[in-house]
Design a protein around this ligand. Structure first.
Ligand SMILES: Cc1cc2nc3c(=O)[nH]c(=O)nc-3n(C[C@H](O)[C@H](O)[C@H](O)COP(=O)(O)OP(=O)(O)OC[C@H]3O[C@@H](n4cnc5c(N)ncnc54)[C@H](O)[C@@H]3O)c2cc1C
Length: 371
């Protein structure tokens, strides 16, 4: 049986579902997800942060615009979705040039005395912190609740969500694409490529040119501290040189050593040596004494060469729209990006404060993503 729609979205992660939630009441929408269950890949493997001072400038604008939208979702759900989690940047060597660059270029970051940083997070070794800065507006977000809110909003508005539907064929007939996904067939004039690590493969199915999007592995370990109990109010700590971050998670410490290893699109699994590095790096700057990881996971962050998402019409392939390259920012940008893309697809002027002209910065036609 063929399902017809105005917009077919390929990918049931946070990108596809936030868009389906934003556009579902204004168009006939079908979401096709390859896996038997939604959010199986990167969207359920994040560090669950929304940090308005993190990422390149367009990402920071999208994040600031997303926070009130996610707060509105929490109000609809009738329960909190955020936990305050300030982001504490630290320089752990005498070289504070990276921190100084952040402080000089990122609005909302405030310089902090090193002793004050240790007072906020007493597990930090005083001799490991040379300089610090803080973003007090950063929050931890309940990602499963957010994903479920996007899904149910989309479905309540009439969107059809098809699991176990890996799109493996696309033919343009007249003004519509005919997609095949196993036994399912979908016809729609517009197709959105929100396939996460698979976006380049999906683009190839449509004959679209590469936008140089590369999946990169990143592993998280939740370690159990033997050194001292965890205070749930501690901030998230990030090294200005990008060698680690960590934060409380229940009675444990969620941490990463921020590896950026290129990968094929796949169901990524943690490697023991990377997990060991994560624990070592946290132990080197704290007295937490993490000895083993209770839980680990690895996800694929898919990035363009300039780390800015790739969003917009393809230009050369009719009815083909990119919603890709969210990298390490796909959770924190999802609410605003979904709303802006919904307006763009429908040809409605977008009036989200702070996002005027943002799509120009994300364009698939920009030089940085040309082959
Ligand atoms: C360790 C780690 C920590 C992170 N921390 C944060 C954070 O704190 N804050 C933040 O904002 N971001 C964070 N991120 C990034 C964030 O998780 C991603 O940007 C986001 O999840 C990407 O969402 P997505 O929907 O594009 O991809 P995915 O969630 O991977 O969804 C894409 C979907 O497309 C499906 N698909 C692929 N091919 C096809 C096909 N042919 N047909 C149908 N379906 C297909 C896949 O099965 C998949 O479900 C983190 C990422 C990692 C790995």
């Amino acid at each position: 049986m063929t399902t017809t729609a105005d917009i077919a979205i390929i990918g049931g992660g946070i990108a596809g579902l936030s868009l389906a939630a934003a556009v579902g009441s204004r168009a006939r929408v079908v979401v096709l997800e390859a896996e038997p269950r939604l959010y199986h890949h990167t969207s359920s493997r994040s560090a669950e942060q929304m940090q308005p001072t993190y990422g390149p400038a367009p990402v920071r604008r999208l994040t600031s615009a997303s926070i009130p939208r996610v707060q509105a979702i929490a109000e609809r759900l009738g329960r909190p979705i955020f936990t305050p989690r300030p982001l504490l940047w630290v320089s752990t060597t005498g070289d504070r040039s990276h921190l100084d660059e952040l402080l000089a270029t990122v609005a909302g970051l405030e310089e902090l005395d090193a002793a004050e940083a240790v007072r906020l997070l007493p597990a930090l070794r005083p001799d490991a912190v040379h300089a610090a800065g803080i973003d007090r507006s950063a929050v931890e977000v309940d990602v499963p609740a957010l994903l479920e809110a996007y899904r149910s909003t989309a479905v309540d508005a009439g969107a059809v969500v098809l699991p176990s539907a890996r799109v493996d064929g696309a033919v343009r007939t007249g003004d519509a694409w005919r997609l095949t996904a196993g036994a399912a067939a979908v016809e729609a004039p517009v197709v959105v490529n929100a396939a996460g690590a698979w976006v380049e493969r999906v683009a190839a199915l449509f004959g679209a040119r590469s936008r140089r999007l590369q999946p990169l592995r990143r592993t998280v370990a939740v370690g159990v501290p033997a050194g001292r109990p965890v205070d749930p109010a501690w901030p998230m700590v990030a090294d200005a040189l990008d060698t680690f971050y960590f934060r409380p998670r229940g009675t444990g410490i969620l941490a990463s050593a921020l590896e950026d290893e290129p990968s094929e699109p796949e169901d990524a699994r943690p490697r023991a040596e990377v997990v060991a590095t994560v624990l070592e790096r946290v132990n080197a700057v704290t007295d937490l004494d993490l000895r083993e990881a209770a839980t680990t996971w690895t996800g694929l962050r898919t990035l363009a060469p300039d780390a800015v998402p790739v969003v917009g019409r393809d230009g050369a392939v009719p009815g083909f729209y990119w919603l890709a390259g969210q990298g390490g920012y796909g959770i924190q940008t999802s609410a605003a990006l979904g709303a802006v893309v919904a307006d763009d697809l429908l040809g409605t002027p977008s009036a989200i404060p702070g996002l005027e002209g943002v799509l120009a910065d994300l364009s698939p036609a920009r030089p940085a993503v040309q082959g």
